[in-house]
Design a protein around this ligand. Sequence first.
Ligand code: NAD
Length: 257
Amino acid sequence: MTLAGKTAVVTGSNSGIGLGIVQEMARAGADVVLNSFTDTKDDHKLAEDIAKEFGVTARYIAADMSKSDQCRMLIEEAGACDILVNNAGIQHVAPVEDFPTEKWDAIIAINMSSAFHTTAAALPMMRKSGWGRVVNIASAHGLRASPYKSAYVTAKHGVIGLTKTIALETAGQGITCNAVCPGYVLTPIVEKQLPDQMKTHKMDRETVMREVILAKQPSKQFATIAQIAGITVFLCGPSADQITGTTISADGGWTAS
Ligand code: NAD
């Protein structure tokens, strides 16, 4: 399968799953646009390295996905967007009555509303060329809840609702919209939760990962960045032409029960 001639914009792609997706898109021949809210030399170097390694055009565009105008500006500045991967996301864990309002607002904006704004900006380009792929990186938490993650669970459920709506609005137009729902993947967003969990549960790192983090994941194995990136690229290939408005879980059996 080749994505040569396509441009893929991946939000939140200077680390973790997003970076893995960008690399897999470039390996498949797509030109890529990386993004995060920072604008450092290292951010731009990531794009340079991908361009060199895969022989594609790669650019880094700084845009804050918590701001509606910057979400839309990202797509405008990209100039082309055949493949849009809404991946940017943050997490905060607290009981609902203690959940800081600014954290709620940020999670809803970055994890959910950004996908609305980028998709709204990208669809006219996709309709013009008669081909487009929107892949939203949701979560097992888009299908199941966990305590203390009210904003994250709400945002990810919302993204799946958006996915289904966009699929209906674009059906038959050469455009598909799907959500990938990973269980736990060992990336910075999960690494950041480990020290607190080790303290709370008085457990070492390995035990916290197995007993706490992977408690709901029957396989007791993390999904990998490469697996999530592979699923995302698959959704952009011809075998997935009729897959739209649905979710693909990679959660070691979490949502089977
Ligand atoms: P990560 O922290 O490595 O990546 C998050 C990315 O989002 C980073 O590139 C970060 O710079 C970017 N980002 C954060 N705030 C932003 C903003 N305001 N504007 C633009 N970019 C911003 O974490 P990850 O695990 O790679 O997460 C990627 C996506 O996968 C998220 O949507 C997350 O919810 C989802 N996910 C992760 C897991 C997991 O276990 N790691 C499981 C299910 C879903």
